[in-house]
Write a new protein. Structure first.
Length: 200
């Protein structure tokens, strides 16, 4: 049995369902909303590479190292983007959340915070994880701010850690949250969502 079993996570008008080849057209359209593949510090697929992106995610799921979701707007059925559990370590009950990107039109909305609430809740409450981690490019300051807003702690920087899509070598900033910190983290996420709702 896999540590992360197929599951659909739902809440706040969103549905996270296991990424499949049937999501290809919707995922390509989401990436085209803002031409996200042109951003140097992300791994969003070019439209012609969307199928290969999904196939890679499915292969990693078979290997047990990644479980990718398509993020769906329940009201319209539109694919908004994708996010994953990855670097799954069952022996120490740790997962990371990443490979996350959304159509430009839904960035800076409740979507990312709502997805993180669903995924962190599933990781800590259902999978009984001890630690949930995140990693991001040292130059992806928007991602770093978003992770810090979740209440995650900055663990440090791994220098010369990975290649960017343009061939340059990046440093990776690592973050984590332990299970004992999750109640406060959940309260913070709910506060952010309530604040966003009242502002809207």
């Amino acid at each position: 049995m896999a540590f992360v079993e197929p599951v659909i996570l739902q809440g706040r008008g969103l549905r996270l369902e296991p990424l499949a080849l049937s999501h290809e057209a919707g995922l390509a359209a989401a990436a085209a909303d803002g031409e996200l593949w042109k951003i140097r510090v992300t791994s969003v697929p070019e439209p012609e590479n969307t199928r290969a992106y999904i196939e890679t995610a499915l292969k990693m799921r078979e290997e047990g190292s990644r479980f990718a979701f398509a993020v769906i707007d329940e009201a319209t059925g539109r694919v908004l983007g994708s996010t994953s559990y990855h670097d799954i370590l069952p022996a120490v009950r740790r997962v990371e959340i990443g490979y996350t990107w959304y159509a430009k039109s839904v960035q800076r909305t409740h979507v990312n915070t709502s997805c993180k609430l669903l995924m962190m809740g599933h990781a800590f409450d259902t999978l009984q994880c001890h630690v949930v981690g995140w990693r991001t490019d040292n130059y992806n300051f928007a991602s770093q701010r978003a992770i810090e807003r979740l209440g995650a702690q900055r663990d440090g920087v791994i220098r010369g850690h990975a290649l960017r899509r343009d061939g340059t070598i990046r440093d990776t900033v690592m973050y984590s949250m332990r299970s004992g910190e999750w109640p406060e983290g959940r309260a913070q996420l709910l506060y952010l969502l309530e604040r966003h709702a009242s502002a809207g």
